[in-house]
Design a protein around this ligand. Structure first.
Ligand SMILES: NCc1[nH]cc(CCC(=O)O)c1CC(=O)O
Length: 341
């Protein structure tokens, strides 16, 4: 464990929660969302929550297709990474066609473009990876040479480290597409986020949940992030009741690890925090894709605000760098294709 020192400084503005005056909601709020079934479920989840807090407000969803949804034939890490899924939504926010955008937090770049901010973090679903197969009950049951589908370098590195006798093959597309490929026999098993499956009512497809120690989750996995134009204080105030502080503290630390290490889909990097009773525990790893070289770091300490949470994240990232993470990261960057224009 790293020595962890406490610093203070408020970041999440909870004033509207505690003040006696109710935030006046605008007459109308438009939520920008990708059009995948998962994205629309998530947008609807936020829509219903806002509608409950502001019954008089007309809360609607504007669905849109992003470049990330259109490019299905290449590994995401090769075509430009996370930003692909959020750019079009940001344009809609900028042009005033939408007031907020709902994302899987895992897909949100660590640094948002100038003028945008994450203004709401909702309670996290199960952060674990799930083992999905029609023929096998768990990873341990797979025979040598069995093909496991995943396009996540993080999942691939964990798989290769624990089960070097398995093969890993790329798997892209939305959740329904990925399950379809499994059902057509292209893979013996696939690994997906449990959260996405559960949200779509596909929890029954999960044969086994993979322990976080065996497949440490990606920064933000299972959490929803709500993005706004930074200048929209009115929308920020409306979102205050949707903030789940334990999730927000955990993901702030996770995203800080990823930010320092230049996290994108292009590196096998995991960061997972758990906040309980004022104490945040954070674990992270950086690995070579073959899982052979793997660096781990962890920290634990009292955390009650996002500044301290981020500080813990940076300390864990610094620990990984001291162990040589930069060498592993440099090799990965030099071997991968440049991002698409
Ligand atoms: N990378 C795509 C993506 N983004 C968010 C989720 C699932 C839901 C979540 O993690 O919140 C998924 C699918 C997956 O990883 O299986």
């Amino acid at each position: 464990m790293l020595p962890f020192t406490h610093a203070s400084g408020p970041i999440f503005q909870l004033s509207s929660l505690h003040s006696s005056t109710v935030t006046p909601a605008p007459a109308k709020l438009v939520i920008a969302s990708r059009e995948s079934r998962l994205a629309l479920w998530q947008a609807e989840h936020v829509r219903a929550a806002l509608q409950q807090y502001y019954p008089a407000c007309d809360v609607s969803i504007l669905g849109m297709t992003t470049r990330g949804d259109q490019i299905l034939d290449r590994s995401l890490s090769k075509v430009g990474g996370k930003g692909l899924f959020v750019k079009e939504l940001e344009v809609a926010l900028e042009e005033g066609r939408a007031d907020l955008a709902v994302h899987s937090l895992k897909d949100v770049p660590m640094d948002l473009p100038a003028g945008f901010a994450l203004a709401g973090i909702m309670e996290r679903e199960d952060p674990r990876d799930a083992f999905v197969s029609n023929d096998y009950a768990s990873l341990a049951d797979l025979p040598a040479g069995a093909v496991v589908g995943t396009s996540s370098l993080r999942r691939e590195a964990s798989l290769r480290a624990r089960y070097p006798h398995l093969q890993v093959a790329p798997l892209r597309g939305n959740l329904d597409t990925r399950l379809g490929k499994l059902d057509r026999g292209e893979y013996a098993a696939i690994i997906l986020a449990a959260a996405g499956l559960r949200r779509l009512g596909l929890g029954a497809r999960i044969r086994a949940l993979i322990d976080v120690d065996d497949s440490l989750p990606a920064a933000g996995q299972g959490a929803l992030g709500i993005e706004i134009c930074s200048a929209r204080d009115d929308v920020r105030a409306c979102l205050a009741p949707l903030l789940h502080q334990p999730t927000a503290l955990a993901v702030s630390a996770e995203r800080a690890v990823s930010r320092v290490l230049g996290g994108s889909c292009q590196v096998p990097l995991a960061a997972y925090g758990e906040w309980r009773d004022g104490v945040l525990s954070l674990r992270a790893f950086v690995s070579s894709i073959d899982g052979v070289r793997r660096l781990e770091a962890a920290a634990e300490g009292p955390v009650t605000d996002a500044v301290t949470a981020e500080q813990m994240g940076r300390a864990v990232a610094a620990d990984l760098l001291r162990q040589g993470a930069d060498v592993i990261l440099a090799e990965l960057t030099s071997s991968s294709a440049p991002p698409a224009p």
